[in-house]
Design a protein. Structure first.
Length: 88
């Protein structure tokens, strides 16, 4: 395996990692911002108010986005296997 193949595989792995993690991170960020604005407006400083809704929404979004995440990881595995077959 030469350097270009290793770099291609590493690039695809990083791209897949970003595609899988970015939607969940964005959902968590948006929910966190909404809760922070709500807390600032109402001056409620309850610790569980920040964590419980965020956890519930992240879990729900994981269930919704699971088919997309699985297809990205399957495509990555197919790419890596194709590269491995073509090498030898």
């Amino acid at each position: 395996m030469d350097e270009s193949v290793a770099l291609d595989i590493a690039f695809e792995a990083i791209r897949a990692t970003l595609l899988v993690s970015a939607p969940i991170m964005i959902v968590g960020l948006v929910v966190g911002l909404i809760i922070a604005v709500f807390q600032a407006l109402t001056q409620i400083q309850e610790a569980t108010l920040t964590f419980v809704p965020r956890i519930l929404v992240v879990f729900a979004s994981l269930l919704v986005l699971l088919p997309f995440m699985l297809s990205v990881l399957t495509d990555l595995m197919n790419y890596v296997m194709d590269k491995a077959i073509s090498l030898g």
